[in-house]
Design a protein around this ligand. Structure first.
Ligand code: FAD
Ligand code: NAP
Ligand code: SF4
Length: 687
């Protein structure tokens, strides 16, 4: 049978070794790198991905020395003792038939550490520490550290290393005048600025020999003002290829860039054209080095398309392997519809990393917890099989029901709506959140595969459940919107977010949104998008909206953003004083704020909602209720938070039924799908 993904699943011959397919599991910092005690967990994490048939795995970043630390005591490989510890990881991956490379990450001025160093003494906007400017001898020491780290990686059994030269880290900082003010042989002309990158590749190659994979991650699009010009990037790529790199990987955007590069609102495969542009340059110069493209590739057909179009020789996917360790195996077996798709929310991965928590995944809470969150099948003969009712098919109910059934229980899932998904059916309608529908596709398929008996359009009452004599009941009935009790809320132009997002009730040209939590922001984004306009921006529209340009025409590939005008005039309000959106995701909140600012949404904090009138919303400010103001509008949309919906709990308990509460039904405050799915999976694992 012919494969639906012939390009993706084709082996890649590197001369001295062959990769089984064109899939690289890109480097991700999971936090497992940062403590010896995590090494068994890290070995299990990578082994599971190797078993899932990834062509080549790259570890999270390891610093080559303490000056390169991402934060104090970050994972470092600088001694033979350290290399011996890594054997646990490389052996586990090789036992599964996989290949693994170690990423060498020197963070330079991005280091959250007083020891950080850089070409020049210039603080980055994302670290509180000012780096020490290196002397020429200091630079030589850093190069030697890279070389030592690569040699130790080989000693530890790795199949190769990736030299991190993008995302604004140490090597990148030498490349642009923005961060390199040196006047010696490491600064000034571009040939000097790129010397560090080329020397590292050359000297690592000399140290590790010819039969060791050396990936260089190259910043092809800096997305910062005064970033590299296209000619410079091409010059570096050629030099790196000639210096001994085996593969060049694509880096997009410095961490300080103000353009989203991996969030869910970034179109799929949005930056593959950059790698394609580079590939033409290198092939034109007779350099056949394989290129890897990256960013927002999350399904096999997306990966296949970028390879078929000649954008690259391999694709890098990182977060998709948190979401589903078996991604490649499922694609190869024609089971694409079983893939648990990364929805690019960043909520359990990158947001955790920035809070110094272990990374996991919103849609797959086992990620990073493979040794502790065990989903054991029941011993059928031991009489452990139960008849379980799960009420509510939102994220919590879906995760609980499918996990319970997979383990061997008989599961009945009741949902009052005509479709599964709960609030995700609203989330998926938000422009830029279309990926959320993939989670529902995944669960729909998993319900079929696990044999969950699904009862749609069935609003169950406690008496139904008692009558059916279930052994246990899981209540995943979610939430109801909070009534903020504003006088005038009964007027016809006052709607809830459910009216707007689920029921498509008409909304006027001027709107006041009450409440600026996650839902208030999403509703504002929905309302400023033109009605009838497909919420998905074309790639061209998206690049224009965020000011991404051809790097051959403008340095760094970034110019002034040119957003389309807003469809409505929206005012977003909250009662507490302070910046709106403070509670949004650490790595995505700025994107939501910037998107609304681009659409001229007025954001007002510190209000008291006095009353709603036919003319609009009357507010005052502060404790003294001063400065009364009418916010004129045609529609008021209430997004004032949520309360648990658990009316079935008391009667079930009274009837003596063993009942569990999960998701919003358990606790609505600070609820999100991450908590709902995690709690549901953990409960189902032990029932
Ligand atoms: P729900 O999703 O509310 O599901 C409860 C289900 O129970 C419903 O389908 C309901 O019909 C059903 N039900 C209730 N009573 C009964 C009954 N008696 N019988 C049968 N069925 C019943 N979270 C994130 O993490 N990230 C986001 O980006 C995000 N964006 C969002 C955007 C929007 C616009 C909205 C509205 C929510 C968003 N959320 C997001 C929140 C997330 O969707 C919720 O946290 C999550 O859905 C809660 O899951 P749950 O299963 O507990 O409840
Ligand atoms: P939320 O984040 O708790 O926000 C509720 C908003 O309503 C706040 O702005 C709050 O601020 C306001 N509010 C609370 N009580 C009020 C009252 N009595 N009167 C008027 N205003 C009141 O809840 P949400 O926006 O409903 O979102 C629900 C959950 O979904 C959230 O926990 C969120 O994590 C999740 N979600 C996440 C995302 C995401 O991108 N990660 C997106 C959407 C939803 P003030 O009290 O200051 O007015
Ligand atoms: Fe993808 Fe969200 Fe999971 Fe991160 S948490 S891997 S972004 S689905």
């Amino acid at each position: 049978m012919s494969s639906p993904y012939p390009n993706l699943l084709r082996p890649l011959d590197l001369g001295f070794t062959t990769l089984a397919n064109r899939v690289l599991m890109g480097s991700m910092h999971t936090g497992l790198e940062d403590g010896r005690k995590h090494f068994p967990a890290m070995a299990a994490f990578f082994a599971e991905r190797a078993r899932g048939c990834v062509g080549l795995i790259v570890t999270g970043g390891f610093a080559p020395n303490i000056e390169g630390w991402a934060k104090p005591f970050a994972g470092t490989l600088s001694t033979s003792g350290g290399a011996r510890r890594h054997k646990l990881v490389t052996d586990a991956v090789h036992a599964e038939g996989g290949k693994i490379a170690l990423q060498i990450l020197h963070t330079g001025r991005y280091g959250y550490s007083p020891l950080c160093v850089a070409p020049s003494r210039i603080q980055s906007p994302i670290s509180p520490f000012t780096p020490r400017a290196l002397t020429a001898r200091g630079i030589e020491r850093q190069i030697l550290a890279f070389v030592r780290c690569a040699r130790l990686a080989r000693e530890a059994g790795y199949d190769g290393v990736e030299v991190m030269g993008s995302e604004g880290y140490f090597i990148n900082q030498f490349l642009v005048t923005h961060t390199n003010h040196r006047t010696d042989e490491w600064g000034g002309a571009y040939a000097n600025r790129m010397r560090l990158a080329v020397e590292i590749v050359q000297r690592v190659r000399e140290a590790v020999g010819p039969d060791f994979i050396l990936i260089y991650r190259l910043s092809m699009l800096d997305l910062i003002p005064d970033g590299s010009s296209w000619d410079e990037v091409v010059m570096l790529a050629k030099a790196v290829a000639r210096a001994g790199a085996t593969i060049i990987n694509t880096g997009i955007g410095w961490h300080e860039a103000r353009v989203p590069t991996i969030a869910t609102s970034v179109p799929r495969g949005a930056f593959a054209w950059v790698t394609q542009k580079m590939r033409k340059e290198l092939r034109g110069a007779g350099l056949n080095i394989p290129l890897i493209t990256s960013n927002r590739i999350n399904m096999p057909e997306v990966a296949e398309a970028v390879l078929a179009e000649g954008c690259a020789d391999m694709v890098s996917m990182a977060r998709p392997f948190l979401a589903d360790a078996e991604f490649v195996a499922k694609a190869a077996a024609g089971r694409r519809d079983e893939i648990n798709t990364c929805i690019a929310c960043n909520q359990a991965c990158l947001d955790h990393t920035f809070k110094a928590k272990l990374a996991s995944c919103l849609v797959n809470p086992r990620a990073g917890h493979e040794t502790t969150l065990l989903l054991r099948r029941l011993d059928a003969s031991a009489g452990h099989r139960k008849r379980v009712a799960v009420v509510g098919a939102g994220p919590a109910g879906l995760a609980a029901a499918t996990t319970l059934a997979e383990r061997g229980h008989e599961v009945h899932l009741f949902e009052s709506a005509a479709e599964i998904g709960g609030q995700f059916n609203m989330a998926k309608r938000i422009p830029g959140k279309e990926e959320f529908s993939e989670t529902l596709r995944y669960f729909a398929r998993r319900i079929q595969l696990t044999g969950v008996q699904l009862h749609l359009s069935r609003r169950v009452a406690a008496a139904d459940l008692v009558a059916q004599k279930f052994d246990e009941v899981v209540l995943a009935t979610g939430v109801r919107p909070r009534d903020p009790k504003i006088p005038g809320a009964e007027l016809p132009h006052v709607l809830s977010y459910i009216d707007v997002l689920l029921h498509g009730r008409p909304v006027g040209a001027r709107v006041a949104v009450v409440g600026a939590g996650g839902i208030g922001f999403d509703v504002a984004e929905f309302l400023v998008t033109a009605p009838g306009h497909s919420p998905t921006l074309s790639l061209h529209e998206w690049l224009t909206e965020w000011g991404v340009a051809d790097p051959a025409s403008v340095r760094g590939g970034v110019r002034r953003a040119r957003p389309a005008p807003p469809a409505r005039q929206v005012t977003l309000l909250q009662r507490k004083a302070g910046k709106l959106g403070k509670g949004l995701g650490k790595t995505t909140g700025w994107i939501h704020r910037a998107a609304l600012q681009m659409k001229q949404v007025e954001m007002i904090d510190g209000v008291n909602y006095e009353r709603i009138t036919p003319q609009g919303l009357f507010v005052t400010y502060g404790d003294k209720r001063r400065d009364g103001q009418l916010i004129e509008c045609d529609t008021v949309v209430l997004c004032a938070g949520q309360e648990p919906l658990r009316e079935l709990l008391a009667p079930l308990k009274a009837a003596g039924v063993k009942t569990h509460l999960i998701g919003g039904a358990d606790e609505a405050s600070e609820l999100d799908a991450k908590r709902a799915i995690d709690q549901a999976t953990r409960l189902a694992a032990v029932m």
